[in-house]
Write a protein that binds this ligand. Structure first.
Ligand code: AMP
Length: 459
């Protein structure tokens, strides 16, 4: 089934073709049709499944059809609420991408940047507002945005919006927009809270769900390694080297931790950059752009800062600290394996962190094997603090059984990484050093509940 079956306008089809999409993803297959028929839709889909296009395409179709018949009124007619500024920007990018052959304008409204530019764009007139709740409320209070003509409302990552405490802001905003509208709610999970929110703001919604909502997409291989807290840095260096990691997103629970990891990597000549909420918006943007362009091999992030990061080609996600909440784990690892690509998610589990592992097990309903990293033995002796590089000839605090220097040509152009099972993932120019038994969670990848994601993994 291609996109043609939806009956989208030729301009939108041109946008889809220009984006390089040929086959709709499972959530798109399920959500686009009822949305185009004018229904409210609840979409249960994780990030990375193509959920953005699932609501943006029907929204563009509706607005552009009305545009043709009703002249060029430039009051916002669609509002998308997102929990974070990164996601906000990402949704607006998607609107611009799919709508590039339409005369539809969109504005993104989020905090942490000056109001001036937003005011200018709002005054100029826009069809779509993509916003985080806090800053949008600021504009509403100043009467610098008029939501009285909204026809389409989208709540994106609604579960996250509730987790982050935006429920009251969201309710206040919704009170100000017309009750007669089409509403889409997208969420990775459908908790009782989400269902009760949905019951209040959607009418006879079609609920669609792509895959088992609690499990990550099956193109992500997951590994959990037991490692003492004090040996994590050494394991990180060991793993970066041993797996020839190219584009790595590392999660730290705290801002301080993110900075510390980043500094240690930089000292070892690994191009790394950190993003967290203490960084200004422009620092965060520069960091993300640099990471996307390959200037940085490693991006270190906290959970909040990483929300909405949409970078295709992240080969590895490393949870330096296992997250205390299972939902965050699912969100974190969803940053790799995007758009059908494969990826590895590696989680370091310290002695004191095993309770969090239990939470993830409960959440996904499966037992998780905890392994030792192949070829790495944490040192029990006094720490050696000096890091000279990932290719250091001397093992750092942990003892590595691999031959340091054997991988000294790290990050060659076009390098990919191999799966621990030896299957080739993306072309490599040099053979990868064999590592020990894979710590892969077979139970996950063989889970048929996620099988729907595989149907679009090869285009
Ligand atoms: P999302 O879940 O919306 O964040 O999308 C994840 C990634 O999938 C983004 O990089 C999109 O550009 C990409 N994507 C969305 N729809 C498709 C499609 N039909 N075919 C290929 N890639 C897609």
């Amino acid at each position: 089934m291609g996109f043609t079956t939806f009956g989208l306008s030729e301009q939108i089809m041109k946008g889809i073709r220009a984006a390089g999409y040929t086959v709709p993803t499972p959530i798109q297959k399920l959500a686009i049709e009822p949305a185009l028929a004018g229904n409210d839709v609840i979409g249960c889909a994780q990030t990375g499944t193509g959920k953005t296009a699932a609501f943006v395409l029907p929204m563009l179709q509706r607005l552009s059809a009305a545009d043709a018949t009703q002249g060029r009124e430039r009051h916002p007619r669609a509002l998308v609420l997102t929990p974070t500024r990164e996601l906000c920007q990402q949704v607006q990018d998607a609107v611009a991408k799919y709508g590039r052959f339409l005369s539809i304008r969109s504005v993104s409204i989020y905090g942490g940047v000056s109001m001036e530019n937003q005011l200018k764009l709002l005054r100029r007139g826009t069809d779509i507002v993509v916003a985080t709740p806090g800053r949008l409320l600021d504009h509403m209070q100043r009467r610098t945005v008029d939501l009285s003509k909204i026809q389409v409302l989208v709540l994106d990552e609604a579960d996250r919006m509730l987790d982050m405490g935006f429920i009251n802001d969201v309710r206040k905003i919704i009170k100000e927009i017309p009750a007669k509208r089409q509403t889409f709610l997208f969420s990775a999970t459908l908790s009782p809270e989400i269902n009760s929110l949905a019951a209040n703001i959607l009418r006879d919604p079609h609920t669609v769900s792509a895959g088992e909502r609690r499990n990550p997409v099956e193109t992500i291989e997951q590994h959990f390694y037991s490692v003492p807290q004090e040996a994590k840095m050494d394991l990180l260096f060991h793993a970066l080297d041993a797996e020839k990691m190219q584009s790595v997103l590392i999660f730290s629970r705290t801002k301080h931790g993110a900075d510390k990891i980043c500094k240690r990597l930089e000292r070892a000549n690994v191009n790394a950059v950190a993003i967290h909420s203490n960084r200004t918006q422009s620092q965060r943007e520069r960091a993300l752009d640099g990471f996307k362009q390959g200037k940085f091999r490693v991006l270190v992030a906290t959970d909040i800062a990483a929300r909405g990061i949409d970078v295709n080609g992240i080969s590895h996600v490393i949870n330096y600290d296992i997250p205390p909440f299972a939902e965050d784990y699912i969100h974190r690892i969803g940053r790799t394996g995007r758009a059908g690509a494969t990826g590895d998610a590696i989680t370091f589990v310290g002695r004191d962190e095993q309770q969090y592992l239990r939470r993830i097990e409960q959440y996904v309903g499966k037992k998780i094997p905890l392994k030792s990293y192949p070829g790495f033995t944490p040192s029990t002796s006094a720490p050696v603090v000096r890091h000279t590089g990932v290719h250091s000839a001397t093992p750092l605090r942990g003892h590595s059984s691999h031959t340091p220097g054997a991988n000294s040509n790290h990050r060659p152009a076009g390098h990919g990484h191999q799966r621990p099972d030896g299957k080739k993932r993306v072309p490599m120019t040099t053979p990868r050093r064999k590592k020990g038994p894979p710590g892969k969670m077979d139970s996950y990848s063989s889970d048929s509940s996620a099988s729907s994601d595989s149907s679009w993994s090869n285009h």
